[in-house]
Write a protein that binds this ligand. Sequence first.
Ligand code: SAM
Length: 297
Amino acid sequence: MTTKNTATTLSEKMNKKKGTLYIVATPIGNLGDITQRALDTLKKVDKICAEDTRNTRKLLTHFGIQGDLQALHDHNEANRIAQIKGWLDSGEDIALVSDAGTPLISDPGYHLVNELGSDESNYKIEPIPGASAIITALSIAGLPTNRFTFEGFLPAKSVGRNKILQENAKEPRTQVYYESSHRIAITIKAMLEIYGAERKVVLARELTKLYEQVFRGNLSQLNEWINDDPLHQKGEFVLMVEGHEEQTDDEVIEASSSELLKILLDELPVKQASSIAAKITGRKKNELYRLAMSLKQ
Ligand code: SAM
């Protein structure tokens, strides 16, 4: 009798459909941006794993959803995985949400999805798409979006931060960085020093919220703007940088001739400066004369 019961339970378990893990995006500010599928999913699942249960409780309460909340953050993700597998094995559906936007995008969930995705048991992982600050910001930036790189948060320490910025300075694709209020001014200053004053940037602040603001200009102008008013440094930011444009050989020659002429013109009249520059660069004297005249003006 006991044996039969045990066998039945085991086969029932084996045949029992596994639950699904739903990766649910939530708004990045404006609660009106929640999707119908997100609400339906959060209502129907057995458990909701959340980065910060107090935050998610507020969201759920706003939408009249009860929800069995379980904490899943960077510090307990590894330990939670076995437990979540157990819940899924017993047929429970689970939703994963983060504090804002899409989970795993600079938010917890990577280890869980990686582990379930590579498990032989074929766990079902379903996305419930919605807001993410990166895509929201790119949609209004007006920078090339056919190719871009997502850099997330830069390291907090200056050595690590500068190393990445130096590596990225010649990156031809649009670059997208996340930044917090504590470090936005420092990051912009470091970029100005490494990328140069003229690089085009777009800073999106507090997207979809009451004080949404978008700054467009170059790094030198942005550095001034961010330090203009302490309010400009408040809130959440997406910083987008135009990719590096490789100069043609002609442009390189023109730029270096200009640099040389600027130095010579500090000491010499136009005619003499262009004559010396022609000897150094091998370019025609009259071309350099015209360039020297335009620099003088
Ligand atoms: N998972 C989120 C997503 O999908 O965008 C990102 C979470 S990450 C911990 C938080 C960062 O995202 C903020 O520091 C900021 O850089 C960016 N961010 C989130 N909401 C934003 C908003 N409303 N406006 C601008 N940036 C935002």
